[in-house]
Design a protein around this ligand. Structure first.
Ligand code: 13P
Ligand code: SF4
Length: 303
């Protein structure tokens, strides 16, 4: 903290001057999450809350697709992504051309895209979803079959919760795909009272070994409500650090898989972006109009 304090102070001052808000994903480091964020949450909450702000400037402390989603919902505001190279292996696993080919292969089958996709991909799909509302979104379409992209493991998890037939793409999260069922079994053998909660981007054997599966916000809510004595959060490293502050009686067993993209965002580049009002996220208007529709349809089903 002593080393972060000058940056936190400078960011707080500049936010006031610029009428800016910082939206931070749950995977941001504690100095961002607790130090400078005005709104924190999972990708669903960040999208929903982005529609409610009356700030002139939004700094999205998260990865590029999250900043694009905020821009889609706030075309007139300045949306800053402190490092434009903060990507996502899921978003990079599929292109607009891939979606067009899928539509040719499965004519008439609606396409659901996880928000972890580029705006260009969102412009090609019927509706978006997040891990917090995927089942509701799939069922809202009233179809017997749905194309669900790009996360194969989330698609499998959704398929296990619904009667709708799911056609999956083979994208993976480079952070969650590294967890294994054997690793979970090893942790369980070390602690009798261990509660395991996992993000649905994990492979099926990890999800099968978990006591609870949910989005990052649902994982945080679970700890807040259930107050387990000892918990293993099978997800990105910073989650346990961020939740630990509000759950002092819970012991966090910390497996650590880092998202290198999330970690590109720092106090220093948040400050620089507020000083220069760059780098901004810009999306071509015709593409943005189509992509916005997919995000707004999702928010109408379950914000
Ligand atoms: P959440 O929507 O659950 O926050 O997940 C976003 C993400 O990138 C997980 O890897
Ligand atoms: Fe993408 Fe995985 Fe990083 Fe989330 S944790 S931003 S899904 S690479």
């Amino acid at each position: 903290w002593p080393f972060h304090a000058p940056l936190v102070h400078a960011i707080t001052e500049l936010k006031r001057e610029r009428n800016a808000v910082v939206l931070a994903h749950n995977y941001q480091t504690p100095e961002i999450f607790h130090g400078v964020a005005d709104i924190v949450g999972d990708s669903l909450a960040l999208a929903a809350r982005a529609t409610e702000t009356d700030a002139d400037v939004i700094v999205l402390a998260g990865v590029h697709f999250m900043a694009e989603t905020a821009k889609l919902l706030n075309p007139a505001k300045i949306v800053l992504c402190p490092d434009l190279s903060a990507g996502c292996s899921l978003a990079e696993s599929i292109t607009p051309e891939d979606v067009r080919l899928l539509r040719q292969r499965y004519p008439g089958v609606p396409v659901v895209a996880y928000v972890n996709t580029s705006a260009a991909v969102k412009a090609e799909v019927d509706i978006c979803c997040t891990s917090g509302n995927a089942v509701e979104v799939v069922e809202s379409l009233g179809a017997e079959r749905v194309i669900f992209l790009p996360d194969e493991y989330l698609a499998k998890h959704v398929a296990s919760q619904t009667r709708v037939e799911i056609i999956a793409w083979k994208g993976h999260c480079e952070v969650h795909e590294r967890f294994t069922g054997a690793e979970i079994a090893d942790f369980r053998s070390r602690f009798d009272d261990l509660v395991v909660i996992a993000h649905p981007e994990c492979p099926p054997d990890v999800l099968a070994a978990a006591d609870f599966v949910g989005s990052t916000a649902r994982m945080i809510d679970y700890v807040g409500k259930e107050r387990p004595p000892r918990v293993l959060m099978v997800t990105e490293c910073s989650m346990s650090d961020n939740v630990a502050a509000s759950a002092p009686e819970t012991e966090f067993v910390r497996p650590c898989n880092l998202c290198p993209h999330m970690k590109r965002i720092t106090l220093a580049n948040i400050l620089a972006s507020l000083r220069t009002l760059e780098p901004r996220v810009e999306i071509a208007p015709d593409l943005a109009a189509r992509a916005r529709l997919a995000v707004e349809r999702m928010l109408a089903v379950k914000p």
